[in-house]
Design a protein around this ligand. Structure first.
Ligand code: SME
Length: 160
């Protein structure tokens, strides 16, 4: 397992993802524990990409329950169809929200959160967990984030 992440300070967003994702793959190689791997991935995304909040919600007994994360404290349980996370789960798709105040039913865990992207990971065709990334800037995520983070979700599915 690699001990440190190596990301150039001058790298742009695409370069950061392209550098970080192989390092995340290396980080989880040889480890099968889901919580250990999700914990390291949350830290790698937080520190490698500079996200404001990054974390996982795990599907447990028909709710999303807070899992490994990096950032301010967050809501612990979200029902299916509720908020951005519950919508991603119910609709089995990535949800990109440029302005959280314009998303009906958005769950505000932190008033500093202004935009977010939420992506599902699947096990046997069902959503097993979602990744939630929040920014304190409006309109901070785009198709590039979606494409790269969806690549990461396929890597995560290998150990679910
Ligand atoms: N805003 C999310 C809730 C989770 S927190 O942002 C960490 C939502 O509406 O689902």
């Amino acid at each position: 397992m690699a001990e440190n992440l190596i990301i150039s300070e001058s790298a742009n967003k695409q370069e950061r993802y392209e550098s970080l994702i192989p390092q995340i793959e290396a980080l989880i190689t040889g480890e099968t524990d889901v919580i250990a791997n999700l914990s390291n991935i949350a830290a790698a995304l937080r520190y490698g990409m500079g996200f404001f909040w990054v974390g996982f919600y795990l599907v447990k007994d028909e709710q999303l329950v807070l899992g490994p994360f990096q950032g301010p404290v967050a809501c612990t349980r979200i029902n299916k169809g509720k908020g951005v996370c519950g919508t991603s789960w119910a609709e089995k798709r990535t949800v990109l929200v440029p302005d959280v105040d314009a998303f009906p039913g958005h769950i505000a865990c932190s008033s500093d959160s202004k935009s977010e992207i939420v992506l599902p990971a699947f096990k046997n065709g069902e959503v097993a967990l979602i990744l939630d990334v929040d920014s304190d800037q409006l309109n901070d995520f785009d198709e590039q984030d979606q494409q790269q983070l969806e690549k990461l979700m396929r890597i995560i599915e290998r150990f679910l």
